[in-house]
Design a protein around this ligand. Structure first.
Ligand SMILES: N[C@@H](CCC(=O)N[C@@H](CS)C(=O)NCC(=O)O)C(=O)O
Length: 356
């Protein structure tokens, strides 16, 4: 197995993606160098689909060597393992003697993604801003949430149409306020700099700050009458402090080299694998229920958003936390890793419509 710090890392992302920014911040704070391959903010993405055979339609993705990882939750967990804390790559995750900090990190990550905090934040995008992005964006995001916009269906049916956003905004504002108030009146109430009282920003801060920072920097997104710096001064100072901490670290890391899709794919398929294969545990409840075996053809997909786009390939590994399949495109073959949490797997050929 190759040393991760000797392998090329490629981040597929686009600038305005908050999930990507969360990952860029992680890489920056940990001083992990990477190359970046910019993607359009709507489908199609031939750099992924054609060149690497990846159907997954969400952003970001990150490769380490010839392994490609989906979903920031798996990506960050993987980087925590592949790049243990060192002088070159300062740690961000909880120290080994603070398991309760690890629990808070995990719960904040669940709050942001599973707990609907990001979903509610996305409903606060200013309707006029989304309208400026045009019908193609509005219809693309309907695909993301599984709505078929074929035929005569008007843009208003999309959850990202100006009409839908305007209708959802009041509830979203009320939900946002609950989280901001919780932070203001609990962890940050005593005037500390970071949520867990650490000397610098920690993973626990990162797990929730990215959602707020995203809204804070989009003019017109925050519902100022219920969530503002005047109403929640500690939370907003903490967001600004986090931004400054990232800027300081950014200055110490070389700017990521930008590569085109062809070059990115060549780098990935030409690199050694970052990880070795593990077995498929026959006693795992999903393995048993689906009758899965190592080496057979499977499909996998996220179960929350983007589930119309399913990846298929040969099952290489499957353990408690991830699925690994071998797949490939015009550039060659790769291994794709997806988290167990929030993803579903089945054999190719099994009806998947009923398996969400
Ligand atoms: N659970 C995923 C969520 C990623 C996600 O939803 N990303 C957004 C962009 S911020 C996305 O993919 N939007 C649709 C798209 O760009 O096609 C993760 O943690 O990476």
């Amino acid at each position: 197995m190759a040393e991760a710090s000797n392998l090329p890392i490629v981040l597929y992302h686009y600038v305005h993606s908050p999930y990507s920014r969360r990952l860029v911040w992680y890489l920056t704070l940990r001083q992990i160098p990477y190359k970046q391959c910019f993607q359009p903010n709507v489908l199609p993405r031939p750099d992924l689909k054609e060149k690497l055979g990846i159907a997954y339609r969400r952003i970001p993705l990150l490769s380490v060597g010839r392994d490609v990882y989906l979903d920031t939750r798996l990506i960050i967990a993987k980087l925590e393992t592949l790049f243990p804390a060192s002088a070159a790559h300062p740690g961000l995750g909880a120290a080994a003697d603070r398991p309760e900090h690890r629990l808070v990190e995990a719960l904040l990550s669940r709050l942001a993604t599973d707990g609907g905090f990001f979903l509610r934040a996305s409903q606060l995008l200013p309707p006029q801003l989304v309208a400026q992005r045009g019908s193609r964006f509005v219809r693309d995001r309907a695909d993301l949430v599984g709505i078929n916009m074929a035929g005569e269906v008007g843009d208003a049916a999309s959850p990202f149409s100006a009409e839908s956003l305007a209708a959802r905004r009041p509830e979203a504002a009320a939900e946002l306020r609950q989280v901001v108030e919780l932070l203001e009146t609990t962890a940050l109430a005593d005037g500390r700099d970071w949520l867990l009282g650490t000397p610098g920003p920690a993973l626990a801060d990162l797990e929730v700050v990215w959602v707020l920072q995203w809204l804070y920097r989009i003019p017109g997104a925050l519902p100022a009458e219920v969530v503002s710096k005047a109403l929640f001064p500690r939370v907003f100072s903490w967001v600004e402090r986090f931004e400054r901490a990232v800027e300081e670290k950014r200055a110490r890391l070389d700017d990521p080299q930008t590569v085109e899709g062809d070059e990115a794919a060549t780098i990935i398929v030409g690199a050694p694998y970052a990880e070795t294969e593990v077995d498929v545990d026959a006693t795992d409840p999903v393995v048993a229920a689906e009758g899965l075996e190592k080496g057979e053809n499977v499909k996998l997909w996220p179960t929350d958003w983007g589930y119309l786009h399913k990846d298929s390939g040969r099952l290489v590994s499957m353990d408690k936390t991830e699925y690994v399949i071998e797949t490939g495109g015009t550039a060659g073959s790769i291994r794709v890793h997806a988290p167990r949490h929030g993803f579903k797997i089945c054999k190719v050929g099994d009806g998947d419509a009923a398996k969400l």
